[in-house]
Design a protein around this ligand. Structure first.
Ligand SMILES: [Zn+2]
Length: 172
């Protein structure tokens, strides 16, 4: 897995610059070229930087960017689950760590599916990369793959391996 956790400095600055560029692009696309203006850097440098003409419009553009980042992360989470990535691995990629209260794998699931009310079950769906079947993923709550993932074919090698691991871990 690419090492984005803890975030390396170059990934951090790429994210910062990318979001700044995206916000300015949104403003230009929506309001036209005057939505971005040049601001002088310091008093005597003669250098300028591109900044939003309206801070209020920039807030809206940054918020829209954050919404799309979350949506796209959710799509990649589903694709990663289809490939066989665990919720624990996804928790690391989603930058959850031991500072958070609660089970990290469950927090990763709830990022995409939402937090279930007591007695409620949330789910997401993806097509299993191994057996090709549409799987309903109820998150990592039960720890038993037969309860947490419904829809794999009887002979799905990935699902059978997960069940064997669970049985070995629980002494069944
Ligand atoms: Zn399967």
């Amino acid at each position: 897995m690419p090492k984005l956790t803890p975030l390396e400095d170059d990934a951090y600055s790429a994210a910062h610059d990318g979001v700044h560029r995206t916000v300015l692009e949104i403003l230009r696309a929506h309001f036209g070229p005057t939505a971005v203006v040049q601001q002088q850097i310091g008093d005597y440098t003669g250098l300028t930087k591109s900044v939003p003409a309206s801070n209020l419009a920039a807030v809206a553009a940054a918020s829209l960017t954050a919404d799309h980042a979350r949506t796209q992360a959710g799509q990649w989470v589903r694709a990663a689950r289809a490939e066989g990535t665990s919720w624990t691995q996804l928790a690391t990629a989603l930058r959850f760590n031991d500072d958070q209260d609660g089970d990290l794998a469950e927090l990763a699931f709830e990022t995409v599916a939402g937090k279930p009310e007591p007695l409620e079950k949330k789910s997401i769906t993806w097509d299993c990369g191994t057996c090709g079947a549409a799987v309903i993923d109820y998150g990592p709550y039960e720890r038993n793959p037969q309860d947490d993932e419904k829809g794999h074919t009887e002979d799905c090698a990935r699902h059978q391996a997960a069940i064997a691991d669970y049985d070995a871990a629980t002494g069944q």
